[in-house]
Design a protein around this ligand. Structure first.
Ligand SMILES: Cc1cc2nc3c(=O)[nH]c(=O)nc-3n(C[C@H](O)[C@H](O)[C@H](O)COP(=O)(O)OP(=O)(O)OC[C@H]3O[C@@H](n4cnc5c(N)ncnc54)[C@H](O)[C@@H]3O)c2cc1C
Length: 283
């Protein structure tokens, strides 16, 4: 904290360096000083307390992927395991991902399907805000230049819940062409009691597909309901054409990914062990 205050707004914290260093190599970031936070003790734990999982800001994606504690929320495991390649997962941290607020980043989309809090500290002390409040825009958060993310706190979903995160990628070490995160809870007679659906890489920020959710909430998860949710997700997407694909292609893709993620989330909510992985163009 003292160094951040002394060095001022031109200084930057560095955690895994997996976003900051590429930006510096491209001369898109030119910090006057780097403050390495890797030596601060107590920031890399992955712990379960009172129905919550607390992920220290310095928990690496690979630590979360391997954690039996984090496995209590399968969509969290899906997210950690699907990020880039093992080199990036060994270095990159959840705190750095959230602080970067890259609109193509996986953690933002996945954690928005859950009840997630971000705890940070700075010269005014500690504060805790919801992830929805924390991420204000693409690459913009509520953090002041002298604040540090301390931990990400995720509430463990109730019984009969399941989630899934699926993406379509050209190859492992690139961001997805599109991705879909779904977290749902089943009620009586296999109806969908509650659901959150978030679309990634098809807009300027992750998009909560509320109309797609409304197609499922309170209804049985029939093929017709999944089809309607997929169509509503397509309508909610705001993709831009780029080297990953045209806008029309991404719109079709997101509908298919949402249907797939709902299917896996529902099977997990029924207690099935289902592996979920990303699809790669070259496979
Ligand atoms: C080749 C490659 C492929 C990638 N593919 C993916 C992918 O498929 N999906 C995906 O989600 N991500 C991907 N990433 C990004 C990766 O997940 C990064 O690890 C992550 O975005 C940033 O974490 P970091 O710890 O490396 O942060 P850093 O690069 O160290 O920092 C990023 C920013 O956050 C700030 N910061 C860091 N820690 C804190 C903190 N505790 N409190 C406040 N501010 C902080 C820094 O000052 C900086 O501004 C990829 C990266 C690379 C290099």
């Amino acid at each position: 904290m003292q160094l951040l205050q002394e060095l001022g707004e031109e200084a930057k914290l560095i955690a895994g360096g997996q976003s900051l260093i590429p930006l510096m190599k491209m001369r898109l970031a030119r910090p006057a000083a780097l403050i390495d936070i890797n030596h601060i003790p107590g920031l890399s734990g992955i712990e379960r307390h009172d129905g919550e999982i607390r992920l220290g800001a310095l928990a690496r994606h690979a630590d979360i992927e391997a954690s039996s504690v984090a496995a209590a929320i399968p969509i969290v495991h899906d997210c950690a395991a699907g990020i880039a390649d093992i080199q990036v997962r060994n270095q990159g941290t959840i705190g750095g991902s959230i602080a970067e607020a890259d609109p193509s980043g996986d953690w933002g989309a996945v954690l928005l399907t859950l009840e997630t809090l971000v705890r940070s500290f700075g010269p005014q002390g500690e504060r805790t805000v919801t992830l929805e409040e924390f991420i204000q825009d693409a690459y913009t958060t509520v953090l002041g230049h002298d604040e540090l993310v301390r931990e990400v706190i995720v509430r463990i979903p109730p019984k009969h819940s399941g989630g899934a995160f699926v993406a379509f990628k050209r190859s492992a070490p690139v961001y997805a062409t599109a991705n879909a995160a779904v977290q749902l809870t089943l009620g009586d007679k296999d109806t969908c009691k509650d659901v959150r659906i978030v679309l990634g890489c098809v807009g300027l920020m992750a998009i909560r597909a509320r109309e797609a959710e409304a197609e499922l909430r309170g209804r049985p998860l029939t093929g017709k309901a999944l089809q309607a949710a997929g169509e509503a997700a397509r309508a909610a997407a705001e993709p831009q054409g780029d080297l990953r694909g045209s806008a029309d292609y991404k719109r079709v893709l997101i509908g298919a990914l949402v249907k797939r993620a709902i299917g896996i989330a529902a099977r997990r909510a029924r207690g099935e062990q289902v592996e979920a992985g990303h699809e790669y163009a070259a496979r």
